[in-house]
Design a protein around this ligand. Structure first.
Ligand code: TGC
Ligand code: FAD
Length: 396
């Protein structure tokens, strides 16, 4: 093989537009400490976990010790009191390792700690938030049902007031961390008013059962379960102080924000792997990196990541100004998932046959990203949110 002289890039390929310099000192410090930990401790083992379908039990506490749970929540409840952008950067660093690891953090922070902090009574916050921040307790979020995914307003789970308690019955499907959870945020329709209400449900209450979904070809290093609630009774004090679909959707707005950052981590991992691979892999007497069409694909990958990073940076600052309109979040979630998937598919292809093994990261990320593009609102749902914003016409 002829080895052409490679001069290398004078620019940082993990941050081509110096976007990290736009973040403040604290944000970069948080990002750096998470990056260092996850790349040293999790990255070498994640391929095996994914292959075996395992999310190690001790990871919750490890993420807690790292300060990765409830990054934006007040320090008095065990959070880091940091910015939304810092939370986004934490998601990105963790998703560099695996989308399933980031899913755990998203659910715990955005879908469990956020609604407890925003809508629960003080005694519920004081009990659960510190435990969730340290990872001693795990939480899950039950919105989706077997027949109600994109249209959560069609849920069948019901609640009714009986004396000083609420009694909840129904089935929730596709629930991340479901069988690991000590506490579940469960959304149900009030039989009397027809309104969607939310509850903090301790998972050891009689009538609560979680069963894992074992047939996933994506997100294998993440626990996904079905929840069965059979007349589960919770005290009225466990009810969240919000009514209607805007309750769960406000939580999704937080998690989708984190995903817009997170998927860039998966894309960067794929790009790094592909760029290294093609510089060594011989084909037709030269390294693949010397081929114009290969360079063209690397250039496209870098463009996707750079555009997505600019979008995420701006979304972070908008959110910190309280301007994270749901349609803005939809655009970033949708487009950054598209970019990450395009990068992962290109990386998988550039690795040839090796690209279909889990010895390399590309196919694991690619398959995980199929889920990420589906959950928290499918690509189509976010397209329709944008369509409604543009035209004023609801086309769901
Ligand atoms: P619509 O009439 O649009 O809205 C009902 C009320 O909610 C408000 N709202 C929002 N509030 C906060 N954030 C948002 N993103 C919001 N979107 C809407 C809205 O203002 C209204 O408030 P009000 O006061 O007027 O009542 O409701 P719709 O029935 O037309 O539905 C809209 C649609 C389809 C966009 C929505 O249902 C939707 O987003 N569907 C997708 C469902 C989804 O994303 N599910 C995710 C489940 S959780 C999950 O996947 C976790 S994955 C694990 C991980 O994150 O890692
Ligand atoms: P459907 O809503 O049935 O959609 C099927 C197809 O129809 C999609 O292509 C969709 O875009 C399309 N479609 C839907 N409506 C329209 C329309 N109006 N016009 C055109 N096309 C349309 N949920 C939780 O509550 N908590 C969790 O922790 C959680 N974790 C998850 C983890 C994993 C691994 C997965 C896979 C899912 C998880 N989900 C969770 C559920 C997830 O949010 C849903 O799968 C998602 O919202 C899509 O719902 P659905 O699967 O019912 O698909």
């Amino acid at each position: 093989m002829t080895t052409p002289v490679a001069t290398g890039s004078a620019l940082a390929l993990h941050d081509f537009y110096d976007i990290e310099a736009l973040y403040d000192h604290e944000e970069r410090l948080i990002q750096g400490s998470v990056r260092e930990y996850v790349r040293a401790e999790l990255l070498p083992k994640v391929g095996e976990w994914w292959q075996e379908g395992v999310f190690p039990e001790d990871l919750a506490r490890k993420f807690g010790e790292l300060g990765a749970l409830g990054v934006t929540l007040p320090e008095r409840f065990g959070g880091a009191g940091a910015s939304y952008s810092a939370y986004g950067l934490v998601c990105k660093e963790i998703e560099y390792v695996d989308s399933g690891m980031r899913s755990f953090v998203s659910v715990q922070s955005s879908l469990v700690m956020f609604p407890i902090n925003a809508y629960a009574q003080e005694h519920v916050k004081a009990k659960w938030l510190p435990l969730l921040a340290s990872g001693e307790a795990v939480g899950c979020f039950g919105l989706t049902e077997p027949d109600a995914g994109s249209d959560p307003g069609a849920m069948r789970t019901r609640c009714r007031k009986v004396g000083d308690n609420w009694v909840i019955t129904g089935v929730k499907r596709w629930i991340t961390s479901g069988s690991r959870a000590h506490v579940a945020i469960v959304w149900a329709k009030d039989e009397e008013s027809g309104k969607i209400l939310g509850f903090v449900v301790e998972t050891d209450r009689p009538g609560f059962q979680a069963v894992d979904i074992k047939t996933k070809a994506s997100m294998r290093a993440s626990v996904t379960s079905e929840l069965y609630l059979d007349e589960v009774s919770v005290p009225a004090g466990n009810q969240l102080q919000v009514a209607g679909l805007k309750g769960p959707l406000s939580c999704l707005n937080q998690a989708r924000f984190g995903i817009a950052f997170g998927v860039l981590g998966a894309a960067q991992a794929c790009f790094d792997e592909a760029a290294a691979y093609v510089s060594d892999r011989p084909a037709f007497g030269e390294p693949l990196a010397a081929k114009q069409l290969v360079q063209s694909r690397l250039a496209d990958m870098l463009s996707e990541i750079t555009r997505g990073s600019l979008l995420a940076y701006r979304l972070g600052r908008l959110k910190e100004e309280g301007k994270d309109h749901p349609a803005r979040v939809s655009l970033a979630k949708r487009d950054n998932c598209r970019s990450a998937l395009a990068v992962a598919r290109a990386a998988r292809d550039l690795l040839g046959g090796n690209g279909i093994t889990t010895e390399y990261a590309a196919i694991r990320h690619m398959l995980n990203l199929e889920t990420v593009a589906t959950y928290e609102g499918t690509d189509t749902v976010h397209t329709l949110v944008l369509g409604r914003e543009i035209t004023g016409i609801n086309a769901f």
